[in-house]
Design a protein around this ligand. Structure first.
Ligand code: SAM
Length: 229
């Protein structure tokens, strides 16, 4: 069996009893960064061997893990944080396992997008998750243009180095809207900022943007008046 195991997005206590048990019981853990996952395993006294699985060895390692699974071994797949496959490695292995008739079992837990949405105060009935935006300005504009009429919440994974630029694109294409910046969730410097592209840009005018960020944008029409909620 291949277990797809979610791990914490910061606070190491955010892991399920079941995830700890499965990680202890499988024959091997395929991990995006073995040193990173070792910290989690040490905290819970898990001794299972680790094998790296990241974007530079996906092809060879997918074949290797499928061979082990076909031999009857049980494997767990984890990424550095949250749910594997969600803007993280994992999809190739899951796909290959399915094609080879291997059972794929989810072991659910944290994911930054859902965690951020749950405290955003924005519409949770309908949302679209874009993962990371493209790098080129033209492509970013195109993505946002396609969502001008979308009336649910738009969720994006964003780098601290690009946040301010992205807020500019939002203002330019989507107009002033309610925005939520969920930063360093579950960690020491956790912060959830609510405002508009301009008010949030202003709030970072005298400090550096740092840490891991989920950016959420209110869908529907732009605000007539640019005051934050
Ligand atoms: N697989 C992960 C998940 O399920 O959320 C996402 C992995 S993706 C490579 C990493 C991105 O997720 C970060 O750049 C950031 O946008 C977001 N992220 C991860 N942890 C976060 C946290 N603690 N607070 C805010 N955003 C986080």
């Amino acid at each position: 069996m291949l277990f797809v195991v979610s791990t914490p997005i910061g606070n190491l206590e955010d892991i399920t009893f079941r995830a700890v048990r499965i990680l202890s019981e499988v024959d091997l853990i395929a991990a995006e960064d073995t040193r990173h996952t070792k910290i989690l395993l040490d905290k819970y006294g898990i001794k299972t061997p680790l094998s790296s699985y990241h974007k530079f060895n996906i092809k060879t390692k997918t074949d290797y893990f499928i061979t082990l699974l076909k031999e009857g071994k049980n494997l767990a797949l984890v990424s550095d944080a949250g749910t594997p496959s969600i803007s993280d490695p994992g999809h190739e292995l899951v796909k290959a396992a399915i094609l080879n008739g291997i059972e794929v079992v989810p072991v659910p837990g944290a994911s930054a997008m859902v965690t951020a949405l749950s405290v955003s105060g924005l519409d949770t009935d309908k949302f679209i998750f874009l993962g990371f935006l493209p790098k080129k300005p033209g492509k970013i504009r195109k993505v946002f243009r396609g969502l001008i009429e979308f009336d649910g919440t738009i969720i994006v994974y964003e780098s601290p180095y690009r946040l301010i630029k992205t807020l500019k694109f939002i203002q330019e294409v989507l107009g002033e809207r309610h925005i939520v910046v969920a930063r360093e969730l579950t960690k020491k410097f956790e912060e959830v900022l609510r405002g508009t592209p301009s008010s949030i840009t202003e709030s970072f005018s005298n400090r550096e943007v740092k840490g891991e960020i989920v950016l959420l944008i209110n869908g529907g029409k732009a605000l007539e008046n640019s005051n934050p909620a």
